[in-house]
Design a protein around this ligand. Structure first.
Ligand code: BGC
Length: 279
């Protein structure tokens, strides 16, 4: 039993983020793409960052502009400091400022521990953790420079870190990925504490199993799907829109008093489902 048809479609209030400028990293596919589109639907202008796949990024831009807001695709590798600063400088120049950063870009390079190469370890840490650090730092500088503009938002800026249930759940065969997301959790909380006095809100969204290219093998065959659903009390695999809705809500002033929180969007995956019938 798994149906994405039950994801509410198009429920985002259109004007929720009107006039805000959002940067979404890794926005040409999966969760990043759905999130960029959701932010645009909510009235934000959106920069769609990508590292490879310009055509896919341009398609996302096209869909977002159909909502009557601005969008543009910027190429940058989030793990490279000079590319990140060039991207945020360009956004400030072309869009005026940044109000919302969704630090989403991430990848997996899976291997059993004793076979994992230093390169596999380093690549995942570089993109998933250092990439978020660099983007958050540049966004925070811009938030502090600009300060609060009350007509736009109650806060000076919002940073939303894309984490994972694996910031909490250990994951055999994925020590690089789980370590990167554990790092994201502590980075997010520390930044939230440090930046809150400047009216900057830092939070995280921790997706569970969402149907995207990153985890195709976990849902592609009926057997894999059945195994996966055993880990999800709500008995459906997530849809990228589930995450998009959470990000839009967290970025909005509806959540103005939410600071330093991780919102798990996981159908209950973090509820120790193995204990539902045992223990
Ligand atoms: C991973 C997916 C995985 C999910 C649940 C995500 O963070 O990227 O590959 O299916 O966690 O285990």
């Amino acid at each position: 039993m798994d149906s994405t048809a039950s994801v509410p479609q198009g429920v985002i209030p259109v004007q929720l983020l009107k006039g805000q400028k959002a940067l979404v990293t890794g926005a040409n596919s999966g969760i990043g793409k759905a999130t960029a589109i959701g932010l645009g639907r909510a009235g934000a202008d959106v920069v769609v960052n990508y590292v490879a796949g310009r055509d896919a990024a341009e398609e996302v831009v096209e869909e977002i502009t159909s909502f009557g807001v601005r969008a543009a695709a910027y190429e940058a590798d989030v793990s490279q400091e000079d590319q990140v600063t060039a991207m945020t400088d360009r956004m400030v120049q072309e869009f005026g400022t940044i109000d919302i950063l969704v630090a989403n870009a991430g990848l997996q390079r899976d291997a059993r521990f004793t076979e994992m190469t230093l390169e596999q370890w380093q690549k995942v840490l570089d993109v998933n953790l250092t990439g978020q650090f660099l983007c958050a730092r540049e966004a925070a500088k811009e938030f502090r420079r600009r300060g609060v503009v009350p007509e736009v938002s109650s806060s000076a800026g919002k940073i939303i870190c894309m984490s994972s249930v694996h910031q909490l759940i250990p994951w055999s065969g994925h020590v690089n990925y789980a370590s990167s997301k554990g790092g994201v959790q502590m980075m997010m909380a520390t930044l939230a504490q440090e930046l809150a006095p400047y009216k900057i809100r830092v939070n995280a969204v921790a997706p569970g199993a969402i149907r995207t290219p990153i985890n195709r093998s976990a849902w592609e065959t009926p057997e894999a799907r059945e195994d996966l659903l055993r880990l999800i009390p709500y008995k459906r695999i997530g849809d990228p829109q589930d995450i998009s809705h959470a990000v839009v809500a967290l970025a909005s002033d509806l959540m103005d008093y939410v600071v330093g929180t991780t919102l798990y969007v996981d159908g209950g995956m973090t509820l120790f489902p193995g204990f539902a019938t045992g223990g």
